[in-house]
Each structure stands twice: as structure tokens, then as C-alpha cells.
Design a protein around this ligand. Structure first.
Ligand SMILES: NC(=O)c1ccc[n+]([C@@H]2O[C@H](COP(=O)([O-])OP(=O)(O)OC[C@H]3O[C@@H](n4cnc5c(N)ncnc54)[C@H](OP(=O)(O)O)[C@@H]3O)[C@@H](O)[C@H]2O)c1
Length: 221
């Protein structure tokens, strides 16, 4: 079983992931920024650590991550403005990558965004900035020597997951339940052979475990 450190653990995807990982016996360390979030995260099975990504230095975040096997980054400013998007989705990811390297945690899973999100629709300057920051975060992580996986989900839904997804290196745009994003991330924790890949993810017809298995190292014909 792995020790998984979640950045953004109190978020909608984060909480679902905490619960799922705990259910299958992983140890979860949940970084959250509001003291009142600790009780709920602990009830879901996590050990909580309190900290704000905009204030933490890489060295102090590394101290919190020490001993973990996997870092999952699913934090985000959630439309709170460009400055916070830059600080959390952008700089916060860079600090987390630096912290993982300092702490010697090699595996790093990042929840990013689907490149076709809102294409062809009228978008705000803030949304365009969000997409730019998400791509820069991908570039930053992908250029590290870590054992990374970038997951780019389509538009996230709160409705219950189906347990079935469409996962691939390049797939048509779509929606996906947060439950199924959490389910997919949990499977990635158990599949270290899936590494250094950018995976697009939407709802689909393939059970999560099967969809993830198809993304493993290429089989010889
Ligand atoms: N919405 C979509 O359709 C969509 C599509 C594709 C990808 N995504 C990405 O998917 C990820 C997860 O989405 P979600 O729906 O779970 O988002 P969410 O519910 O907004 O969760 C984000 C988490 O990040 C935390 N966070 C924000 N600022 C922080 C800080 N300074 N220090 C520490 N933690 C901080 C938030 O803390 P609080 O709980 O304290 O606010 C929250 O728990 C995000 O990165 C998002 O950009 C979203």
C-alpha cells in the first residue's frame, strides 16, 4: 500500500480521492488550507496537514511530503481570479514539484485541464488565463525528471460517476463526473507502470481499471 500526499485534498475531486484511496487501504496525507476542513477529511480516513500553497516554501512543503510515495496535485483557484489562478494552479504546482523533488517523492500525478475546453465559445480573459496557466503547469511538470502523469479531464460534473471512462492520449472532448476522475487517479496510484504520459479523460464506456490498463507500456505485437 502507498502513502499518498494530496494537494487540494479538500476540493471536490480531492475529497472523493481521499475517500477512495482510504477504502482500498492506502494511507492518505491531506493538505488543506482551512482549519475547519480537517474534521471532514479525517472522517474520510486521511491524516491532515494544514497549509496554504500561496505561503508554503518548497522546503517546508517537502518536510510535509517526506515519506510519501505519490503526490497528487488537484488544487486550483476555481475561478477566483487571475492572480489566484497564477498563484495556485501555476506557482503552487511549481512549488509542489520542487517540494516532491526535495522530499525524494518520485511519482507525481497532476489534474490538469482538457485543451478543447470551451473552444468555439465566448470565454473571459480569466478563463483564457486559466488555460494558459494549466498548460504552463503541464510543461513545467513534464520537463522534470519525476515519474509524472498528467490527467486532462473534460468538464467536471458533480453527478454520481458511472465507473466507465474514455481515456487516451488524444480523444474527443466531453464531460466527466468528479467521482470517475477520482477513480481514475486512484487506479493510477496502483499502476506505476503508467508514467510520463499525458492522458485525456472523459466519460465513456470502458471500466476505469480496463481503460487504465490499456495505457500501460506499449506491448510488442
Ligand atoms: N471545473 C472543471 O470543469 C475542470 C475541468 C478540468 C480540470 N479541472 C481542474 O480539476 C482540479 C480539481 O477540480 P475541483 O472541482 O476538485 O476543484 P475545487 O473543488 O475548487 O478544489 C480545489 C482545491 O484547491 C484548494 N486550494 C485553493 N487554493 C489553495 C491554497 N492557497 N492552498 C491550498 N489549497 C488550495 C481549494 O481549497 P479550499 O477547499 O479551501 O477552497 C480546494 O480544496 C482543479 O485543478 C481544476 O482546475 C476543473
Amino acid at each position: 500500500m502507498s502513502r499518498v500526499f494530496i494537494v487540494g485534498a479538500a476540493g471536490k475531486v480531492g475529497k472523493r480521492l481521499v475517500k477512495r484511496l482510504g477504502t482500498v487501504g492506502h494511507e492518505v496525507i491531506a493538505l488543506h488550507r482551512k482549519t475547519e476542513q480537517a474534521q471532514e477529511l479525517e472522517a474520510l480516513g486521511a491524516t491532515t496537514v494544514h497549509g496554504n500553497l500561496t505561503e508554503l516554501e518548497a522546503s517546508s512543503l517537502a518536510a510535509l511530503m517526506a515519506g510519501s510515495d505519490v503526490v497528487v496535485f488537484t488544487a486550483g483557484a476555481g475561478g477566483a481570479g487571475m492572480e489566484l489562478t497564477n498563484a495556485i494552479d501555476g506557482k503552487g504546482l511549481e512549488t509542489s514539484v520542487a517540494a516532491a523533488r526535495l522530499a525524494g517523492v518520485r511519482r507525481f500525478l497532476l489534474v490538469s485541464a482538457f485543451p478543447e475546453a470551451m473552444r468555439g465559445e465566448q470565454t473571459s480573459e480569466g478563463f483564457e488565463n486559466y488555460m494558459k496557466v494549466k498548460k504552463s503547469a503541464d510543461v513545467h511538470l513534464a520537463s522534470s525528471e519525476l515519474d509524472w502523469v498528467i490527467v486532462r479531464p473534460g468538464t467536471l460534473l458533480d453527478e454520481p460517476g458511472s465507473g466507465n471512462v474514455h481515456a487516451g492520449l488524444a480523444i474527443p472532448y466531453g464531460e466527466i463526473a468528479r467521482d470517475d476522475v477520482a477513480g481514475f487517479l486512484a487506479v493510477l496510484v496502483d499502476k506505476p507502470e503508467i508514467t510520463r504520459q499525458i492522458i485525456e479523460l472523459t466519460q465513456g464506456r470502458t471500466p476505469i481499471e480496463v481503460a487504465a490498463s490499456r495505457l500501460g507500456p506499449a506491448q510488442k505485437p
